[in-house]
Write a protein that binds this ligand. Sequence first.
Ligand SMILES: [Fe+2]
Ligand SMILES: [Fe+2]
Length: 291
Amino acid sequence: MVIDAEALVIRKRLEQSLKELPPLPVAISKVLDETNKLEPDIHVIDEIISGDQALASKVLRIVNSAYYGLSRQVTSVGQAVMILGLQQVRTITLSVGSIAAFAGRGAIDAEHSRRFWEHSFATSAACNILGKRLGFDRKALETMSTIGILHDIGRMFFFCNFRPTYEKLHTKALKEGKSFEAVELGFLGDTHAGIGAMITEKWGLPDELVQTIKQHEGPFSDSTDKMVAVLALADWLNKPLYYADGSTTPVIDFDPLLMQVLGLNDSMLEQIRVEVRNKVEEASQLYGMVA
Ligand SMILES: [Fe+2]
Ligand SMILES: [Fe+2]
């Protein structure tokens, strides 16, 4: 493969930018560590979140918003955990943290950022819907929600660091009718999935999460892991959210191999699609509160 001069420069800069990755805020890592334990201690989680004023006030603002429609005012993080459950609080915390890690870094505009996070929240919600349908246990559902939020963090990284090039690649994919990932790989030497895996690994997140993110754009086979298949479907169902600006994108059918892995047929897929669509609006409301 011939690599042009621009690609070589970008690949060099890519290595450097990866070394300068924004860290995941300390409080967020601690919350993730605690919620990953077999028996997480709610008091510890309360203490960690409450110790970070900006984070605590955002969590409380979200918990008390119309989105959750609670009948009484929640005044402490501990209460929020009791009412919403660990999974919700973990998801809110992670969203606030990962948005904060990339906020103000690079040339990403507000509209683009909104679309990115709406896609991520909607994918997380869809992961949950699918996981429940497939009988995933509580732990797996929590992991899937987190994965949904972070799965495209590599795209965010590319956008913050290499926006003009990344936009050019998008146009090239459209023009040549190729998948965006194939163009990423050819030019940058890796896809956003690979970069996302590097970022989440550097953030010290569990290997299961890192590996699922790494594989979410394929290639797939009939032995693809179920978590990867769930993420790929949740992602595919929400891909149009990226292109709310009206730009056309090649319509790529969902990989039939993954339907097989998940044991789904067309009518089940249609039901899931409707259920996910109903959640998308909620996901965009959530973004307005988290950012
Ligand atoms: Fe992706
Ligand atoms: Fe995605």
